[in-house]
Design a protein around this ligand. Sequence first.
Ligand code: AMP
Ligand code: MN
Length: 354
Amino acid sequence: MDHSNRNLAFHPKSDAASPAPEDATGSAPAERNDATMEILEVLRRGERFLVCSHARPDGDAVGSMLAVGMLLEQMGKRADLVTAERIPKIHRGLPGAEGIRTAERVDGACDAVILLECDGLERTKLQGLEQYFLINIDHHATGRKFGNLNWIDRSVASVGEMVYRLVKAAGAQVTPEMATCLYTTVLTDTGGFCYGGTQASTFALARELVLAGADPMRIAQTVYFSTPATKLLLLGAALGNLKSEGRLAWLWVTRPEMERAGAAEEDCEGIVNFALCVSGVEAAVFLYELPERRIQVSLRSKGRVNVAAIAERLGGGGHESAAGCTMEGPLERALEEIMGHLRPGVALLAAEAG
Ligand code: AMP
Ligand code: MN
């Protein structure tokens, strides 16, 4: 299909002479204009939409997809929510999550695809997307304008925050169900309001979502206090493999260790933080074996090492403080290659410290 390739970045404008009223995220109407308005125009004109996100969907992916689905429903449109991989257990209780379909390929008539949280089409692991008009909504440091409409805002803590802006711009209602989904995006992508992107506007949005009906205690219990025993067994194995060297720490789990723990790949989520939390450590790595000798890598930093740049060099992506990539095994080889990239970064920090 021949779509005009209009690329929109999100450029905040300042208008000191006549400050416009702000919404909860601190963005004035004049600032959310072009991208949201162009996207809304496509949504208003169409009838039927696909809503997709990345493989290994996380809280931001699932919560954002569900909220966009709810927005489209309020607009009287049809929305098909599709991911290549299943929704992790902890997010399956979100309102509407049972309606997300898992598929390898998408086809059939649709007016546009809304792609959330993907810094490239390949991140979806879905086939058949190229044939559609693509609306790309992302906040990754490694975000790219691969869509027909692109809205990339690296300043927000979660894509859910961008969806909230879209909902507000559409004049739609933030229902308690939608607020629950959007609060989950904020909570999970900020690591419980801990990571670098957390700012005053993040709390303003959280407040707005709680006022709209999100229950912070119930959502936190679902996300942080519903850990399956298999994950704790896996964590035990990972902690048994914990190593550190100066400001770097790393841990891993092998396929046999995952099988012994009865763990699934989704149980690997968050384990990297146990290496990052070591006192004095500035950057951390977690690796686990995928089928066919591939290795999934999680990189984290306390803010002074840009791990997105390293992940990108290795074919992955992410944020400056939280990134990842998929590499060829064996695990020892992948680890050595990553260390080769990380050591110079932390050596610079040591030099700065004098
Ligand atoms: P994770 O370590 O899996 O929690 O992912 C942290 C960040 O890195 C997220 O923003 C992911 O989107 C990104 N990321 C993880 N793995 C990959 C990959 N293979 N390719 C591109 N980005 C990735
Ligand atoms: Mn995100």
